[in-house]
Design a protein around this ligand. Structure first.
Ligand code: ADP
Length: 169
């Protein structure tokens, strides 16, 4: 048994382009917490084969939300979005694996839940854009930025997932 990390094992796997160390920031919004959907969302990412690198509950602040949604602060809906996100705890997570950012977005579904396919989180659990349960990074660059905003140094762990060789060929 070797004690290599997922990252080093990923680079020795067959596909040159495979990056099994890609991380995404997934956040369960206050409605997802209040409605008891946290476990279901975690299960979906676990079952997919992604690796949980960080997880915590947090009460957001106005300042943090203004940074997180920096491209949306001028939008007319931003005050409502901010109040929604401040209305209770959120669950912050980092999931790692091949194409975790793009696949995470697919697993969440479209921003407007009525346009989300059944089988996605938003498609299965919600109706309105202002109560759409979850957030997922939309690019690798934004994932790094968001992980840095929501987590402190040392909270995001690199650990050996023993199912790795059963998930990746
Ligand atoms: P996503 O969360 O799918 O990446 P955006 O980054 O465009 O979508 O928007 C961030 C969040 O702002 C959405 O998830 C949703 O909660 C809220 N939002 C977006 N557009 C609207 C809107 N037109 N009215 C109300 N809330 C909105």
């Amino acid at each position: 048994l070797t004690l290599s990390t997922a990252s080093s094992r990923a680079s020795s796997k067959s596909s040159m382009t495979m990056n099994a160390a890609e991380k995404t920031y997934i956040m369960i919004k206050p409605d997802g917490v209040q409605r008891g959907i946290v476990g279901n969302i975690i299960s979906r990412f676990e079952q997919k084969g992604y690796k949980l690198c960080a997880l915590k509950t947090k009460q957001a602040s106005k300042e943090l939300l203004e940074q997180h949604y920096k491209d949306l602060v001028e939008k007319p809906f931003f005050p409502k979005l901010r109040d929604y996100m401040l209305s209770g705890p959120v669950v912050c997570m980092v999931w790692e694996g091949k194409e975790a950012v793009a696949t995470g977005r697919k697993m969440l579904g479209a921003t407007n839940p009525l346009e989300s396919a059944p089988g996605t989180i938003r498609g299965d659990f919600c109706i309105e854009v202002g109560r759409n349960i979850c957030h997922g990074s939309d690019s690798v660059e934004n994932a790094e930025r968001e992980i840095g905003l929501w987590f402190e140094d040392g909270e995001v762990l690199d650990w050996t997932d023993h199912s790795f060789d059963w998930v990746y060929e």
